[in-house]
Design a protein around this ligand. Structure first.
Ligand SMILES: Nc1ncnc2c1ncn2[C@@H]1O[C@H](COP(=O)(O)OP(=O)(O)OP(=O)(O)O)[C@@H](O)[C@H]1O
Ligand SMILES: [Mg+2]
Length: 206
């Protein structure tokens, strides 16, 4: 059996251009995960062997042609992962190839907040709502403004619910922040918000 190092950049360089071509074709629909303004996300595949499970647990985001802020999305996503957030998770970024217009990342097994709340017709507890705010505040403390924090750009994993007279309430879950395509670094300590974020580190226990 050949054991492939999942972080082997050579292997991704070899398969990614052809995988992108295949996923952009009608065959790609079988691997569809989600889409947004700037790209489409699919389960990562070996284009020469679609039944292979070599890339299980990984997704590939393919930017729409013309989306030009690719490098900053990669740079910011890497920075957030490397900062080891404690109040949220972020998919591990495995490989980026800006010439193919795509990057490979960990697949998040949870669901978007949109799906968890609206499709599931569920409410969210105040404490989980606070956890979501804390997660985005921690991101600010890392010097990053998400820039596009809508309900399809944060996800919930390991959801716990209770039944109440008002309906099903999500009481607890792990928050995962995704999609740094419209994010920016907030440099400069003279910006009042940045100073407050630095002070907030103490509150977060970072
Ligand atoms: N790592 C992941 N694991 C599981 N699902 C994901 C992952 N990344 C993205 N998705 C799904 O794919 C969708 C589109 O991805 P993403 O938000 O990165 O695209 P986008 O085009 O930048 O979106 P936007 O419209 O917010 O700009 C997400 O809303 C989510 O449903
Ligand atoms: Mg998005």
């Amino acid at each position: 059996m050949t054991v492939i190092n999942m972080r082997d950049p050579g292997r991704f360089e070899e398969v990614l251009p052809q995988a992108v071509e295949l996923l952009r074709s009608p065959e790609g629909f079988g691997f569809y995960v989600g889409k947004g303004k700037d790209g489409w996300v699919y389960h990562m595949v070996d284009p020469t062997d679609l039944l292979s499970n070599e890339f299980e647990g990984l997704d590939v985001k393919i930017w729409v042609p013309g989306f030009t802020r690719r490098r900053s999305e990669i740079e910011i996503h890497r920075h957030v992962f490397a900062s080891r957030p404690t109040h949220f998770r972020v998919p591990e970024l495995v490989h980026a190839d800006t010439s193919s217009g795509a990057f490979v990342m960990e697949h998040i097994r949870g669901m978007t907040a949109y799906r968890a709340l609206f499709h599931g017709r569920r409410l969210i507890s105040e404490s989980l709502y606070d956890s979501v705010l804390t997660a985005f505040r921690e991101l600010n403390v890392m010097g990053v403004h998400h820039g596009d924090a809508h309900l399809l750009n944060w996800m919930l994993e390991d959801i716990e619910t209770i039944q109440t007279p008002r309906g099903t309430v999500i009481t607890d879950a792990d928050v995962v922040i995704i999609d740094f395509g419209r994010s920016s670094f907030s440099h400069g300590e003279d910006v009042a918000q940045v100073r407050e974020d630095i002070e907030f580190k103490v509150v977060l226990g970072l």
